[in-house]
Design a protein around this ligand. Structure first.
Ligand code: CO
Length: 156
């Protein structure tokens, strides 16, 4: 495995619409493992391929360090409710802001072996998946956040 360089806001790769993955093979699985290692090393809960310079529709999320999801060509097929909460991003170091997201989602994707999967998510997992999917469409959370602060906002 290898640590990958994280692209920061301002890098054009973060503004591109990513292309669907056509071939799910050993090379892609190694890339997913490298993305995961990079995410864990930087204490992130999610990472999308363009954040490490690859403009493909792939992301890795793990919000509890127990359940890692490798999402290939993910599509949100259902959304319900709305919650505003504070977010950050590995590509925007030290910036935090409030983002409105769906409370519950359903996402359809292929796993690392090409198997079609459906995941129903809520809470932080739902938020994280929505954040990562925005990356695949060239959108950063700072493009849509409110009350952006340097450093995490103190809880009351
Ligand atoms: Co991000």
């Amino acid at each position: 495995m290898a640590l990958l360089e994280i692209k920061k806001a301002g890098d054009p790769v973060l503004k591109k619409i990513c292309a669907p993955v056509e071939k799910i093979d050993k090379r892609l699985r190694k890339f997913l493992d490298d993305m995961a290692e990079t995410m864990y090393a930087n204490e992130g809960v999610g990472i999308a391929a363009p954040q490490v310079g690859e403009s493909i529709r792939v992301c890795v999320v793990d919000v509890d360090k127990k359940n890692r999801y490798d999402l290939i060509n993910p599509v949100i097929t259902f959304r319900e409710g709305s919650v505003i909460d504070n977010e950050g991003c590995l590509s925007c170091p030290d910036l935090f802001g409030d983002v409105e997201r769906a409370e519950k989602i359903r996402v359809e994707y292929k796993n690392r072996f090409g198997k079609k999967k459906t995941l129903d998510a809520e809470g932080l997992l739902a938020r994280c998946i929505q954040h990562e999917l925005d990356h695949l469409d060239g959108q950063l959370f700072i493009d849509i956040a409110q009350n952006i602060t340097k450093g995490r906002k103190k809880e009351n």
